[in-house]
Design a binder for this molecule. Structure first.
Ligand code: URA
Length: 218
């Protein structure tokens, strides 16, 4: 059974499946945290970045949030308007659904690591351009290398395609356990898509349960 704490969040996700086979991965032993100096330098580099034109339109960069020794890493696409204003990923409507997804897994935002492929907001929330992804991806790669999570969850096709260096569509990438630099990776729908297509929440929950199996059994 899912814990009682998960119940309201599963309901928010539109999920009525209660089977739980193992404790949440976020609650176990952690790996060594990255050196605080290195992390601070990376954060400062992102804050001052002018590698692509998006820097001109940003209010601030959106570096990432959560534990530097997290077992779970969630990767989204790019900051939206609210994230650009607040400097934190996934704080708008899609972020509230992501919080529900985390809670359904028995996880809190502060114990996972959440970041985007792009650290600056694309104008009008347009899709990231390949040149922007190429400029910004090294930051995400450095973050993942420092955190060294047990599982990466790619939220939507941009995160999945960028990390796996593929142009395969989301439909082909979901349902498998991929590997990014030796770290297992599961691909699921972006929360913003799930807000538009709630019928796919059950499939997203199946993806997250697959990720939990990997995180707890690897
Ligand atoms: N969508 C994303 O991909 N990332 C955010 O931080 C917010 C919305």
């Amino acid at each position: 059974m899912e814990s009682n704490a998960s119940r309201p969040w599963l309901e928010a996700m539109g999920i009525t499946i209660w089977q739980r086979r193992s404790p949440p991965a976020g609650a176990g032993a952690s790996n060594a945290p990255p050196d605080a100096g290195d992390w601070g330098r990376l954060e400062a580099e992102v804050r001052g970045c002018t590698r692509c034109a998006l820097h001109a339109g940003r209010t601030q960069t959106v570096f990432g949030v959560g534990s530097h020794s997290a077992q779970w890493c969630f990767v989204g696409e790019a900051p939206g308007a609210e994230e650009d204003r607040r400097g934190e990923p996934f704080v708008g409507r899609a972020g509230r659904l992501l919080d529900a997804m985390l809670a359904a897994l028995g996880l809190e935002r502060r114990e996972v690591f959440i970041a985007n492929v792009l650290k600056c907001r694309p104008p009008g929330n347009r899709d990231p351009q390949p040149s922007e992804v190429a400029s910004c991806l090294p930051f995400l790669r450095a973050q993942i290398a420092a955190v060294r999570p047990r599982i990466i969850v790619a939220l939507g096709r941009f995160a999945a395609q960028a990390l796996l260096t593929t142009d395969q569509p989301l439909g082909r990438l979901r349902g498998a356990i991929h590997e990014y630099e030796g770290i297992p990776m599961v691909v699921t729908y972006h929360p913003a898509y799930l807000l538009r297509r709630p019928a796919d929440k059950a499939a997203a929950w199946a993806d997250l349960k697959r990720a939990r199996e990997v995180a707890t059994h690897e």
